[in-house]
Ligand binder design. Structure first.
Ligand SMILES: [Zn+2]
Length: 328
């Protein structure tokens, strides 16, 4: 990556909203890996062995593809890079020892995290930054707040592995409980790595699972040191936009958004609780045009970091990139 691009990304991420507005820049992230690789036949959705989202099985969607089929992951990284991504996320989502244990890969926790970062760094070279993706452990949603300290140990372990492997920053994403996000931000601060923090809201966008509004989440994540705050997954861009505005209006740090590419309903603002999840997602896929429109909106509304989550493949990132380049 040319030095000027590297510094402009850092300026957008670290320079605050005013720096961003003055420069008029937006950082383009990448899209969703696990759902795309599941479609390509390399990731297990878990639905063949269990009813996903019952809280009983693993729920799968784990990142062992990094060691089992590295070429498939390398190819997807390359496709996102070609689409214009300036930040590649190492596929370390659901890579805590807790989640990997449940899916039968606990003993490979170090290996999976290291391999995923190494792969992303090889593809990124000097052309993009590499972020380590860290998500919730699922201990809190299964066992309640009493499990928070165990969740901390698992998240801290994964962040140590990601730091050792050489990530440039962390993206803490798809947290349902603000309490667990706070723990993750504390672990990130202890590591010294900069962290983007995005919550996922379900079943409605009005509050997270432990009852905080998007504005409250944004404020607390910013107070805990996140370099950018926002939302990811669960909603398509159109549905997510109002909640991003609420966050933007309540903090002075940049806003980050990685929406899903699946249509939700007025009764249920999340795709993982639609009957189509996980095996019929094609019937609720939004078109890539919605990501073009989202790029335009993000630029106009001062959203500093944009990418996509589940269902957002490289074709969607290309459209998002195009949307960012169109003048208002
Ligand atoms: Zn997602």
């Amino acid at each position: 990556m040319p030095r000027w691009l590297f510094y402009s990304i850092l300026t957008v991420l670290f320079g605050g909203v005013w720096g961003f507005l003055l420069k008029g820049g937006t950082v383009l992230g990448d899209g969703g890996y696990l759902v795309e690789l599941e479609r390509r036949g390399y990731v297990d959705s878990g639905s063949g062995r269990e009813k996903v989202d019952t809280g009983k099985g693993s729920g799968q969607f784990t990142p062992e593809v990094a060691i089992e089929n590295p070429d498939a992951l390398r190819e997807l990284h390359l496709e996102f890079l070609r689409a214009g991504s300036q930040v590649l996320q190492a596929l370390t989502f659901f890579g805590t020892r807790e989640k990997l244990n449940r899916a039968g890969y606990g003993a490979q926790t170090e290996q999976i995290n290291h391999a995923a970062v190494k792969l992303a760094k090889e593809v990124a070279g000097e052309r993009a930054l590499v972020a380590g993706s860290v998500s919730r452990t699922q201990l809190v949603e299964r066992e309640g707040m009493g499990a928070l300290e165990r969740a901390r140990d698992h998240i801290a372990e994964q962040i140590r592995l990601l730091k050792d492997a050489g990530v440039d920053l962390l993206i803490l994403e798809t947290f349902f409980h603000l309490a667990e996000m706070r723990v993750a931000l504390q672990c990130a601060a202890e590591s010294g790595l900069p962290a983007v923090a995005t919550m996922s809201f379900r079943p409605l966008i009005t509050q997270c699972t432990d009852g905080h509004t998007p504005a409250e989440c944004a404020k607390i994540m910013a107070e805990q040191g996140a370099i950018a705050v926002g939302a990811n997954c669960e909603q398509e861009p159109k549905r997510m936009l109002p909640l991003l505005r609420e966050m933007r209006d309540s903090v002075n740090v940049p806003i980050a958004a990685q929406p899903a590419a699946f249509r939700t309903t007025d009764d249920c603002h999340c795709f993982t609780r639609q009957p189509a999840f996980p095996d019929d997602l094609e019937i609720i896929q939004v078109s890539r045009r919605e990501f073009f429109d989202f790029g335009r909106a993000a630029k106009a509304e001062g959203i500093a970091y944009v990418g996509g989550c589940c269902g957002c493949n490289p074709a969607y990132i290309r459209e998002l990139a195009r949307g960012l380049t169109v003048s208002k």
